[in-house]
Structure formats: structure tokens, C-alpha cells
Design a protein around this ligand. Structure first.
Ligand SMILES: Nc1ncnc2c1ncn2[C@@H]1O[C@H](COP(=O)(O)OP(=O)(O)O)[C@@H](O)[C@H]1O
Ligand SMILES: [Mg+2]
Length: 306
């Protein structure tokens, strides 16, 4: 277990794990923390969100797979994807790694501690490590949960989104009580793609969460608001919410200029960038503050177990 590591996890896909991992890591890096983000999902979406995939800088999970399989120290393959931000990509090799680990598990060999062990020599280089966990309840997710001190669970607001939480709650208890990682602490639930100012809805969700998580659970005050357009553009362009906000501002002032000077060019300029970006960027800053605040409040561990 790494005392400075947080896992963003939920058995369900499409609930905001990757968007939150990328943007919270980016906010922390901008504020001066040394941050390492590690993608544990073979889909490799983290690389799209941070743009290193589009730049051809993803090793498809090769370094991570090698380090874990052969018990070597991990050297992050994507250094400086932003100032203060390094990344460990996932991809095809992560899928192969999962198969190897599954086979080991069938043979009664657990690899749960392998990730923290592979990071031992660089742990001290970072103030924060963020794991973007894959969906499902599987060996790759277990690697992240076993290596983390904090757990963040995003919930998307759609009809089926709360269904998976009972499973997530059960998994968390199992990880903690079953010996995989007794030091894992649930930092809180993030409401993702949630309607703004939906107070009644929030308390309804909180009631359901209290039922699922027996020991109670914090729901972060900051919800990430809905914007399909901004989300689509951000992932395609490989930029964070804060970066998109800057682009959207420039786009807007360019369009205002064109409106005055060259209306024909304005028509050809295509759809405007989403002005919701500013709101989403603010949401991620507020969420990062809450989340890292909760993380800092965790009691110190007298001894660090790996
Ligand atoms: N604020 C938002 N509003 C609506 N959709 C969003 C928002 N942020 C991200 N998305 C989209 O939601 C989908 C799932 O998000 P993602 O972070 O990939 O979830 P997960 O990692 O849990 O699978 C992606 O297609 C992403 O582009
Ligand atoms: Mg994801």
C-alpha cells in the first residue's frame, strides 16, 4: 500500500472514473504537487483525456505489465505529460497482464501487493499517485485497491447508476476486512454528470448510499455538472477541463471579432466550443480541494505496509 495513493473505482463503466482521475490529478499538478497517474484500464481512456495517447506516447501498458510480471521497479513511460504530471499508460499489454494475473490467481498465487512493490523506488518522488481503475471486479482493479490508501467512488446520475453501488460497497468491505488492504479508506462518493442544484435528488441519493455503505459515507458537496459537448471535445483533444476553458474563452472572443468583421468566416467556423467548460473546470477544482482535503485528514499510519 502506498500512503499517498488514491484509487478512483467503481465496478460500473462510464461513471466518470477516468474524467475524475485525469482532472483531479491535473488540478493537483497545477497547484504544484508532483503527481503520478496510473491507468489500470486496458481501454486506456486516461491517455485520451490527458492527450498522451493522441501524441503516440502510450506504451499500451507495456511498462506496467513488465514491472508487475517480472517484479521490476516501474519507470513511468510518459514523463511530463503536463508540468508536475507523469503517467503510466494502459492498453493491449494491460489486457495480457490481466490474463497472467488471473492464471496466477487460479494457481493460488496472489499478485495484489505487486503494484505497490513495483512503485516502491519512485513512491517518494510523488506527493500524489492516482489510479484510474477498470470497471468490473477483477485482478486489475484489485491491484489498484490493494495499492491505495484512499478510495473515491464516482456515481453517474442515470437510471441504473445506483444499482452498482451495493456491489461496490461489498467490494470495499471485502478488500478491507478480507486482508487485501486493511488500510484502504473510503474518501467519498462523487456525483458525476449530476443536475445542478438538484437538492431533493441529492438527498434521495444520499439516503440510498447510506443503506449501501453500512458505516456511512461522505458524498462530496461538489458534483460534476453535465456537459456532453465539453466532455466529447476534451477527450478528443486530450485536454483537461481547465485547458478547455481557456480554449473556449479564446474561441468566444474570436467569434465575437468575426461577428463584427467577417460574418461569412463565422459561418464556416463550425460549432462553438462549449461555454459550460468554465463551470466544469470550477467543479474539478472544487472537487480536488474537497477530495484532497479528505485525504489529508486520514490518520497517519504508524507503519507502512506494502
Ligand atoms: N461532465 C460530463 N457530462 C457528461 N458526460 C461526460 C462528462 N464528463 C465526461 N463525460 C463522458 O462520460 C463518459 C464516461 O466518462 P469516463 O470518465 O470515461 O467514465 P469511466 O472511466 O467510469 O468509464 C465519457 O464518454 C465522457 O466523455
Ligand atoms: Mg475509464
Amino acid at each position: 500500500m502506498l500512503t499517498r495513493a488514491i484509487a478512483v473505482s467503481n465496478g460500473k463503466g462510464g461513471v466518470g472514473k477516468t474524467s475524475i482521475a485525469a482532472n483531479v490529478a491535473a488540478v493537483a499538478a497545477v497547484s504544484g504537487w508532483q503527481v503520478l497517474v496510473i491507468d489500470l484500464d486496458p481501454q486506456g481512456n486516461l491517455g485520451s483525456d490527458l492527450g498522451y495517447k493522441q501524441l503516440g506516447l502510450s506504451d499500451e501498458g507495456e511498462a506496467l505489465a513488465q514491472a508487475i510480471q517480472f517484479e521490476r521497479q516501474l519507470v513511468p513511460p510518459a514523463i511530463g505529460v503536463r508540468p508536475n504530471l507523469d503517467a503510466v499508460p494502459a492498453g493491449r499489454a494491460t489486457l495480457d497482464l490481466a490474463a497472467v494475473l488471473q492464471q496466477r490467481q487460479i494457481n493460488g498465487v496472489s499478485s495484489a501487493a505487486a503494484l505497490a512493490a513495483a512503485l516502491a523506488s519512485i513512491e517518494e518522488d510523488y506527493d500524489l499517485v492516482v489510479f484510474d481503475c477498470p470497471p468490473g471486479d477483477n485482478v486489475l482493479g484489485d491491484l489498484g485497491l490493494a495499492a491505495s490508501r484512499g478510495l473515491v467512488v464516482p456515481v453517474r446520475f442515470d437510471s441504473g447508476s445506483l444499482d452498482g453501488l451495493e456491489l461496490m460497497a461489498a467490494r470495499f468491505s471485502r478488500v478491507k476486512a478480507g486482508g487485501l488492504n486493511p488500510h484502504l479508506e473510503l474518501l467519498g462518493i462523487v456525483l458525476f454528470d449530476f443536475p445542478l442544484r438538484a437538492t431533493a435528488l441529492r438527498s434521495q441519493v444520499e439516503d440510498e448510499l447510506r443503506r449501501d455503505f453500512a458505516g456511512g459515507v461522505r458524498v462530496f458537496t461538489t458534483a460534476i455538472r453535465h456537459s456532453q459537448r465539453a466532455a466529447f471535445d476534451m477527450r478528443r483533444e486530450g485536454i483537461t477541463a481547465a485547458e478547455y476553458e481557456l480554449l473556449a474563452e479564446t474561441d468566444r472572443s474570436n467569434r465575437l471579432d468575426l461577428l463584427k468583421t467577417n460574418r461569412a468566416a463565422l459561418k464556416e467556423a463550425g460549432p462553438a466550443l462549449s461555454q459550460a467548460a468554465a463551470g466544469i473546470a470550477d467543479d474539478y477544482v472544487a472537487l480536488a480541494n474537497e477530495l484532497l482535503g479528505a485525504f489529508a485528514e486520514l490518520p497517519d499510519l504508524d507503519e507502512v505496509t506494502t
